[in-house]
Design a protein around this ligand. Structure first.
Ligand code: SF4
Length: 214
């Protein structure tokens, strides 16, 4: 059974790898610190909104040292468009302070260290590891968990269960690319309601389609 799941996971990865653009990036790519702050700001909003506010934010506060001592009200004003700006402003200043105080101004790379920073959960940490640091990481957001749940009939969208399931059945070298292609697939085909199954390149592998044939 496990071998079957490994083979199916690899096949899904290969199909999405082949049918997706070679480069997929939703946030403007920057150095690890600015990328980490951008991912924290992306919670509950679109990446487009984040990309609108970060030029001003990083022109004033380009690194952990400057953002750690930033004026809270100024930061709130700048990031206002991303929503939840009170919490996000406190988190990105707190995250910068944590980087300065615990890690000498350098963004840590280990999961346990990243999780000590305000505003950083597993999704944010894995996003940084996979996209910027070149380390293995499965980025489980709402799109990713919806697609995996449907294709593998997982019966849950719990982020940690979904992450562990994929980690168990896919080689770590594919995790970063798989995170991006599954996410894009969720946005393009596998919508929350009315997924475009007839056009979907995964339709022959998908458990959801097997339950309700096209
Ligand atoms: S076949 Fe439908 S439900 Fe399955 S992954 Fe594709 S769009 Fe989603």
């Amino acid at each position: 059974m496990s071998d079957d799941l490994n083979a199916k996971m690899l096949l899904v990865h290969e199909i999405l790898d082949r049918t997706s653009p070679p480069e997929i990036s939703f946030l403007v790519m920057r150095d690890p610190f600015q990328f980490l702050i951008s991912v924290i700001l992306s919670a509950q909003t679109t990446d487009e909104n984040v990309n609108k506010v970060t030029p001003e934010l990083f022109s004033l506060y380009p690194d952990a040292e400057s953002l750690a001592s930033a004026d809270l009200e100024t930061v709130k004003r700048i990031i206002h468009k991303t929503g939840f700006f009170n919490t996000k402003a406190r988190n990105i200043i707190g995250c910068s302070k944590g980087i300065m105080e615990k890690f000498g101004g350098k963004v840590p790379t280990e999961m346990d260290d990243l999780l000590t920073l305000p505003g950083v959960g597993r999704k944010t940490a894995n996003c940084l590891r996979a996209n910027v640091l070149g380390l293995p990481g499965i980025v489980v957001d709402t799109h990713f968990s919806r697609v995996i749940n449907r294709v593998f009939d997982l019966g849950t969208r719990d982020p940690l269960i979904v992450e562990n399931f994929v980690c168990e059945h896919l080689d770590p070298q594919h995790w970063g690319r798989f995170s991006m292609t599954v996410n894009l697939h969720g946005r393009q085909y596998c919508h929350p309601s009315k997924p475009e199954c007839a056009e979907c390149p995964l339709k022959n592998q998908c458990a959801e389609v097997a339950k309700v044939p096209l």
